[in-house]
Design a protein around this ligand. Structure first.
Ligand SMILES: Cc1ncc(COP(=O)(O)O)c(C=O)c1O
Length: 372
């Protein structure tokens, strides 16, 4: 079976704990259990029994997740070990030998790596940089769908790494094209709820058609990647099929994590944590704006609509993986190379951490860039 290293994840795992300033995170500073849970919930957590419990997720948690998707019930939800498992078992369930996948680029590259391993044809359709943002290349999507071989159209919305939120019109257009081609839409919506500049919450693809599966988790907008708690939301029959695949992967997630995630995801808890997220990333994005401004055009970006990250293009004759390495080795600052998303000439800088850390990281990057 051919195998491609998952560059973003591998590099993060290799280096993120060894640097003084890690700016590769696209999620938000997590809280401790003591900060997150009321005294009553802390006591209740101590009484959670550590068996397999509900492998598909407790009814309480599945209800809480379903409440974020119009028209969904617990039967439309399967709880997974992060979006990573949700994406994996969705891919494994839907894709057959000989199928192709249409993949939005840039993208968190899990699906392209899986396609390489399973031997599926990848047909990209890109966000192209325009003056005021990023525009989807619909001609490429139409061409990808023309021969009817595409089983899955893979979306990340809000997008990683650009932070773009798709317009309602583009969403409807994608749904219509996928329906006509008989393809599924798999929409990774892990950054939903972290919108900037007073934007409304990004709409979900869930419910926009019969063949739509949404994946997400508590890792990014909901700020708690350490719970390793995600989900798929989709038609009941597919969710039942996904459960059968999960029997071969993790069997299910831990009851402690499910207990905590239910507190995060019930509507009032969710609104509270999302408001905290939006406030943290807005403060940090302001710092990024000022930093970019100081470089008089040598750094530039399309301001993100959502997500804890800024995707910045730079004007120095050095590859992005090399620039990331230099920053790490010379200044102990770790940033994501655009190359790991297939977009060299860019760096992705996380905006979900402590503002002081971000300021210090940018000062060190200034020193490095000035020396090049
Ligand atoms: C778009 C996207 N999907 C999935 C993941 C993996 O997330 P999780 O921690 O939920 O497995 C990430 C992590 O960076 C991501 O950016």
């Amino acid at each position: 079976m051919p195998f491609e290293t998952f560059l973003l994840e591998r590099n993060q795992s290799l280096y993120e704990n060894d640097v003084e300033i890690n700016l590769t995170e696209s999620g938000v500073e997590p809280m401790t259990l003591a900060e997150l849970l009321s005294p009553e919930d802390q006591t209740a957590l101590m009484n959670v029994r550590l068996g397999y419990n509900y492998t598909e997720g407790t009814p309480e948690l599945r209800d809480a997740i379903a409440s974020w998707y119009p028209g969904a019930t617990a039967d439309n939800i399967l709880v997974t070990a992060g979006t990573a498992e949700a994406n994996f078992i969705t891919y494994w369930t839907l894709m057959e030998p000989g199928d192709a996948i249409a993949m939005m680029l840039p993208n968190f590259m899990q699906f392209s790596g899986l396609a390489a391993a399973f031997g599926h044809d990848v047909r990209p359709f890109s966000y192209v940089q325009s003056l005021d943002g990023w525009t989807l290349d619909f001609a490429a999507l139409e061409a990808a769908l023309a021969d009817g071989k595409v089983r899955v159209v893979a979306i990340v919305n809000p997008n990683n790494p650009t932070g773009t939120v798709m317009t309602d019109e583009d969403m409807r257009r994608i749904v219509a094209l996928a329906e006509k081609a008989g393809a599924w839409i798999v929409s990774d919506e892990i950054y939903r709820g972290s919108e900037l500049d007073g934007r409304p919450e990004a709409p979900t693809f869930y419910g926009m058609g019969d063949r739509i599966i949404v994946t997400s988790s508590t890792s990014k907008s909901l700020a708690h990647a350490g719970l390793r708690l995600g989900w798929t939301a989709g038609p009941e029959a597919v969710v039942a099929a996904l459960m059968e695949r999960q029997d071969y992967t993790t069997i299910g997630t831990g009851p402690m994590n499910q207990f905590v995630a239910a507190r995060l995801l019930e509507p009032a808890g969710r609104e509270k944590i999302l408001a905290r997220t939006r406030s943290i990333i807005a403060t940090n994005l302001h710092i990024i704006d000022e930093w970019i401004g100081r470089w008089n055009g040598r750094l530039s970006y399309r301001r993100p609509h959502a997500g804890g990250m800024a995707f910045i293009s730079y004007d120095w004759p050095v590859g992005s993986a090399e620039l990331s390495r230099l920053a790490r080795e010379r200044e102990s600052v770790f940033v994501v190379a655009g190359e790991w998303f297939g977009m060299d000439g860019h760096l992705r800088i996380g905006t979900g951490g402590e503002p002081e850390m971000l300021e210090e990281g940018l000062t060190r990057l200034d020193r490095l860039l000035a020396s090049l």
